[in-house]
Design a binder for this molecule. Structure first.
Ligand code: CTP
Length: 398
């Protein structure tokens, strides 16, 4: 996928610069053409000799090299993608402010290709309000953010701010910039997360869904060119919109209303949310006070969003449901496929280690309407999302 692709790697002054060596090596191995640009501060962290040997190109650092001028405009136009990894706090601030006091910034400002950044900093710097504002600014300029990871930091502390691992960066580049846009022109609707059903103004009934699986599916559909709306229940999971239209909702009723409105113009709908099946008959307007020893709360059924979309489904629409089960998995999943008129059901079992709520991984089996069963290994949710979207594309084109 990366064969012949032209990639600029910008390296800034950060301990994580050592990871750029492996990154360049992986990109070259994958067949990409790589040009490395370093900020002057990066020279203290990593050797330009190593990087020029690996990239098979002279490493560029200065705007002026003795009597020659590095043509930043041509470099920015040459590349298919410019990746700044690691991105230090200082270069981030300069990018946000439009500063241009080194070659890397000059190339960034004149780049006509997409730009992605992989920040690396200590947790306190990462969480500083100015970092947040600067990231929002460069996001608003269209730059893509490769999420940081949690783990051991250069300071010896453990926390958020580690640069993504080189393998993860390569797969980010592949899925965000070089995947064939098979779903261009298609509109997709994805639900994700739990729903909260109010008992009174301070209490609710909810569930353990983190929303991670649905968010990954929304991202993957977007990566394949679809125009995606994500209807997201209340979750702590952050999603940097990066081109996805996010509609936040709380209750099953709100999720139903949002989906009902969006569905008629949708080509592909994936219902990954863990929607409450029941909601309190009456939500109290004031906080309920503690009285009797036992308390019975009456519930009524919520509207089944997947089922109602299945009833309205046209021949051009493709509808995907989920079935999270603890027993009789296959039977229940197949029942849901037919009773909700879905085209495909993604089943996961809480009996499988590494599957279900809260995990970063999942293990799924997919059933389609013609009786085919597709089995997959336990994988990261981002990889599971790829399998799901690949299967959707395969079935739509069948
Ligand atoms: N679903 C929905 N609206 C609901 C309940 C479920 O859209 N009110 C969707 C889920 O998003 C999922 C599928 O239906 O795609 C199956 O959800 P699940 O909770 O597993 O099944 P239920 O139909 O609620 O049946 P049960 O709880 O008996 O397993």
């Amino acid at each position: 996928m990366l064969k012949g692709k032209k990639i600029i790697i910008g390296i800034t002054g950060s301990i994580a610069a050592y990871k750029a060596i492996l990154l360049v090596r992986l990109l070259i191995k994958a067949g990409a053409e790589v040009r490395v640009i370093m900020t002057p501060a990066a020279k203290d962290f990593v050797s330009s000799l190593t990087l020029s040997t690996l990239s098979k190109n002279k490493v560029l650092i200065d705007l002026f090299d003795e009597d020659s001028w590095a043509n930043h405009v041509m470099l920015g136009r040459w590349a298919d993608v410019m990746l700044i990894a690691p991105l230090s706090c200082n270069t981030l601030a300069k990018m946000a402010g439009g500063f241009c006091d080194n070659l890397l910034l000059a190339v960034y400002l004149s780049a006509t290709c997409p730009v992605a950044v992989a920040p690396a900093m200590d947790e306190d710097m990462w969480k500083h309000p100015s970092t947040k504002i600067n990231l929002e600014k460069i996001n608003s300029y269209g730059n893509k953010l490769i999420p940081v990871e949690s783990g051991e930091l250069a300071s010896g502390l453990v926390g958020e701010g580690r640069m993504a691992e080189p393998e993860a960066i390569v797969s980010y580049l592949e899925s965000n910039f070089f995947l064939p846009k098979t779903l261009a022109g298609k509109k997709a609707l994805v639900t994700a997360g739990p729903t909260y059903e109010a008992i009174d103004p301070v209490r609710f009934v909810g569930n353990h869904s983190s929303g991670k699986m649905g968010i990954e599916i929304a991202k993957e559909l977007h990566n394949r060119g679809a125009e995606v709306t994500l209807v997201l229940g209340p979750t702590a999971q952050g999603i940097s919109a990066n081109g996805i239209n996010v509609k936040n909702v709380k209750s099953a009723e709100e999720m139903y209303n949002a989906c009902t409105e969006i569905y008629p113009s949708t080509d592909i709908a994936v219902m990954a949310a863990a929607v409450a099946d029941y909601t309190p008959v009456n939500a109290a307007e004031e906080k309920i006070k503690k009285k009797a020893d036992n308390w019975i709360l009456e519930f009524k059924k919520t509207k089944d969003i997947l089922k109602s979309l299945g009833e309205k489904k046209t021949a051009q629409q493709f509808l995907v449901g989920f079935a999270l089960e603890t027993n009789n998995e296959r039977e229940y999943a197949l029942n849901k496929l037919s009773s909700k008129n879905a085209d495909m059901i993604v089943m996961n079992s809480l009996r499988d280690a590494g599957a279900g709520f809260g995990h970063d991984t999942n293990k799924i089996t997919i059933f389609d309407r013609s009786g085919h069963e597709y089995n997959f290994d336990t994988k990261l949710k981002s990889a599971v999302a790829k399998d799901i979207v690949d299967t959707i594309i395969q079935l739509i084109n069948a």
